[in-house]
Write a protein that binds this ligand. Structure first.
Ligand code: ACO
Length: 280
């Protein structure tokens, strides 16, 4: 099976997706000053995701207004997300994704398949950018691609009814939406292996114990708690926030010497910004 769409020109990233395109992809975007809220918005399908959803997320990332400092991801209805739309395996997921395999390119063309999956992963990778802090506000089920979306965020605030599950191996797939790295970094290889290869459900309490959530709150307190965290994040100096996130992201891969050097570099930049060049 080949897919001509793989080679089609992509829309201009600067323009950004319009409301109708996002609705088609099961997404809603609300930008209010420095805060962007992305709602997974197919509650009747438990916010199941299609290729259009992942491409829509990528386009939101590409066209995010410069002033946005916090991105909140949430799910409409009873669940955060039931993961990949299972209709894609049988051709019932929607116009763009119809067909067995949902338009996935011929596996024999490895380069095309690689580009195709990279395009979907782009929907998740931008959430790590130093310029923003991403928050997953999770409730109900967060399965497969939904769990991985939560893992792509910097902070996970979860309701006490949250159920995480890495379902992909049970369906014959691997988790390929950028989730394996944060999962292993958070819980370690052995626990990650156990969670993925049993595809078992992790409830909110265990998720917090494993470090998969920064905060667990009652379901009816989720929005309020997220709003409070957003307020706290926005109260911090914007330049310091970006520099600190950059620094923290480097830390796991650096030696102590490298990290000390990175701290000096970032601090010199901060001092220049705050007090002018002569202070650095
Ligand atoms: N894809 C397509 N449709 C879905 C999906 C999905 N992943 N999940 C739920 N739906 C649909 C159901 O078919 C149902 O449709 P219907 O009303 O036409 O019958 C509707 O959403 C509501 O689903 P229910 O099962 O009735 O809702 P409930 O709250 O009882 O259960 C749950 C929710 C646990 C999420 C369940 O729907 C489920 O197990 N879904 C499949 C999850 C899954 O295997 N996802 C793949 C993960 S792997 C990956 O993401 C790569």
């Amino acid at each position: 099976m080949s897919d001509a769409r793989v080679n089609e020109p992509r829309p201009d990233p600067a323009t950004g997706p319009n409301e109708a395109e996002l609705a088609e992809a099961g997404l809603r975007l609300d930008v209010d000053g420095a805060i962007a809220t992305i709602t997974l918005n197919r509650p009747e399908r438990r916010n199941a995701m299609t290729f259009a959803t992942w491409r829509g997320l990528a386009r939101i990332g590409e066209s995010l207004p410069d002033g946005v400092r916090v991105v909140v991801l949430r799910g409409a209805g009873p669940s955060f997300s039931a993961g990949i739309d299972l209709g894609m395996f049988s051709g019932g997921a929607g116009p763009e994704d119809a067909g067995a395999g949902g338009g996935f390119p011929d596996g024999a063309d490895e380069a095309a398949s690689d580009r195709f999956i990279a395009g979907l992963q782009a929907g998740y990778t931008w959430l790590r950018r130093p310029e923003i802090v991403s928050i997953a506000a999770v409730h109900g089920h967060a399965i497969g691609g939904g769990f991985q979306l939560a893992l792509a965020c910097d902070i996970r605030v979860i309701a006490d009814d949250t159920k995480f599950c890495m379902k992909e191996p049970a369906l014959g797939l691997v988790p390929d939406l950028t989730g394996t790295k944060p999962l292993v970094e958070i819980v370690g290889v052995n626990r990650a292996l156990e969670l993925c290869l049993t595809a078992r459900t992790v409830l909110a309490d265990e998720a917090a114990r494993l470090g998969l959530a920064e905060l667990v709150v009652p379901r009816d307190a989720l929005d309020k708690t997220v709003a409070e965290i957003v307020t706290a994040l926005l109260a911090v100096n914007p330049g310091a926030a970006v520099a600190t996130k950059r620094l923290l992201l480097e830390a796991p891969h650096n030696t102590l010497d490298e990290q000390c050097a990175a701290e000096r570099r970032e601090q010199i930049g901060r001092m220049r910004d705050l007090f002018g060049a002569e202070s650095a």
